[in-house]
Design a binder for this molecule. Structure first.
Ligand code: ADP
Ligand code: MG
Ligand code: ZN
Length: 475
């Protein structure tokens, strides 16, 4: 029998707001544990939540980018006991989510339905201390409430995806959208974006859904793909041997490369949701929605289209991949400006998609002007490809430095008259006392300056020319 995979994803996104969802505590990753806390996010008796307008706005941006309807909504208490949540309930949205009924288009044009994108608060973080770091082998647990009350949006997809590749594409595109809206930094490894995958199988050609399992907390695209593949194979083995799949929540063990049961449907909590009595309904009016929409920049799909347009009809396979990578990394403005300055598009794109991308966050911090200068120098033949890549690495390592100067120091640039004059002037500026002595007749200091210029230019300068330049400046 041939089986078809059915996949729906639930993605939790931490919003990049300055403060938490219901209090004024700092929303920051990596601070000293239990320093960003107060009676509200600790749920102390008598404290009252106050909704954070910036977080609502970021959530509305997400809804808008996902083509959702932004609706009158309300908050509810999701009741359960767990030590990562001091007040024994989590404030979430339940039957009235802020955003509903949207879609996300994958780069190949396939549309995945978005059921809802609702707001809720994050829980604290438990660390299990002991061998393996897992709960079963722990001596004790530490709890950090800094994350408790951090605003989240949970984006629930329709069960529209049919392969692990499609699920990865969806998560990657969603990550790009979350970053483009400014709602999130998209850092999966820091938990800013966490993915749960629901997976089921059905005989190919049939329409009824099979029983699903939910795999929790996948924190990289690679884990997402591997976990889905493993889970589909596990379910297929069960179904082919005549057994049934039990609906359950499973955990992905990255090191072992398999999913393991966490809890069955029978063990599932009954959360006893009820309306949060301390918060009024959230009803964003049309004017607010319009302001949010107007403040949003272009989404990744628009930015890919803009970049592709620089290639006319010739953006072929490899270039399409490069365009995707460059937009994902937010390097598209660099490429566009370089092309605007007259650099061939393919060269600018290649340097951004390969060399700059390889530098990660540091690559993004390179000033646009430095990038443009660099590819211009390469395009004009002032630098070979190998030299250009080396200078690019150096420019990324020290973003304050001018690439021309770096190229000179690395000995990659033929010294023209202008460059030589600049090098001499730089050395003079750096040694004002020696220069004063030379000017007042201490001729032997010419040798000193020639040496300095030679060092500064990695021996590219012609000593006689330097001497002539020094005399010209003195006379
Ligand atoms: P819950 O409230 O238990 O999380 P939902 O109905 O909200 O359940 O569905 C959660 C996710 O599971 C959604 O992303 C949905 O698309 C997906 N899903 C639902 N049914 C299936 C199925 N049979 N196979 C795969 N995914 C499914
Ligand atoms: Mg759910
Ligand atoms: Zn607080």
């Amino acid at each position: 029998m041939t089986w078809e995979m059915v996949i729906g994803l639930e993605v939790h996104c931490e919003l990049a707001s300055a403060t938490k969802l219901f209090c004024g505590c700092r929303n920051a990753f990596g601070d000293e544990p239990n320093t960003n806390i107060c009676p509200i996010c600790l749920g102390l008796p008598g404290s009252l939540p106050v909704l954070n307008a910036q977080a609502v706005e970021l959530a509305m941006r997400i809804g808008t980018a996902l083509h959702c309807e932004i609706r009158p909504s309300s908050f509810a208490r999701k009741n359960y006991f767990y030590p990562d949540q001091a007040k024994d309930y989590q404030i979430s949205q339940y039957d009235e989510p802020l955003n509903a009924g949207g879609w996300l288009e994958l780069p190949d044009g396939f549309r995945v339905g978005v059921t809802r994108a609702h707001m809720e608060e994050d829980t604290g973080k438990l660390t299990h201390v002991g061998e393996g770091g897992r709960i079963n082998s722990a001596h004790h647990a530490l709890v950090d409430y800094n994350r408790s009350g951090v605003p989240l949006v949970e984006i629930v997809s329709e069960p529209d995806m049919r392969s692990s590749a499609q699920a990865r594409d969806y998560a990657a595109e969603l990550r790009g959208i979350l970053m483009a809206t400014g709602a999130s930094d998209g850092r999966m490894e820091e938990g800013s974006m966490r993915v749960d995958a629901n997976v089921s199988l059905r005989p190919a050609g049939t329409t009824a859904f099979g029983t699903r399992c939910e795999i929790k907390n996948l924190n990289s695209l690679r884990s997402l793909g591997r976990a889905i593949e493993y889970e589909a194979a596990r379910q297929m083995a069960l179904l082919e041997s005549g057994e049934r799949v039990d609906q359950e929540t499973r955990h992905w063990d990255e090191a072992a490369g398999r999913t393991e049961p966490m809890r069955s449907k029978e063990e599932a909590n009954d959360y006893r949701y009820f309306p949060e009595p301390d918060l009024v309904p959230l009803v964003p009016d049309a004017a607010w929605q319009e302001r949010v929409r107007a403040a949003m920049g272009p989404m990744p799909a628009d930015r890919r289209a803009a970049l592709s347009a620089l290639f006319g009809d010739t953006a072929l396979g490899a270039q399409a991949d490069q365009i995707r990578a460059v937009v994902d990394l937010g390097l598209d403005t660099m490429v566009e400006q370089a092309v605007g300055a007259g650099v061939p598009a393919a060269l600018a794109l290649a340097r951004a998609a390969n060399e700059l991308a390889a530098e990660g966050d540091r690559g993004r911090a390179l000033p646009i002007g430095s990038f443009v200068t660099l590819v211009e120098m390469e395009a004009k033949g002032e630098l070979s490809a190998t030299q250009a890549k080396a200078v690019l690495r150096a420019a990324v390592a020290d973003v304050e430095r001018d690439p021309r100067q770096l190229a000179r120091e690395m000995g990659f640039e033929a010294l023209g008259a202008d460059t030589l004059a600049t090098a001499v002037a730089d050395v003079i500026a750096a040694h004002p006392d020696e220069w004063a002595r030379y000017m007042s007749g201490e001729d032997k200091l010419a040798g000193y300056f020639i040496n300095e210029v030679m060092t500064a230019t990695a021996n590219k300068a012609n000593g006689k020319e330097v001497a002539a330049e020094l005399r010209r400046l003195r006379d």
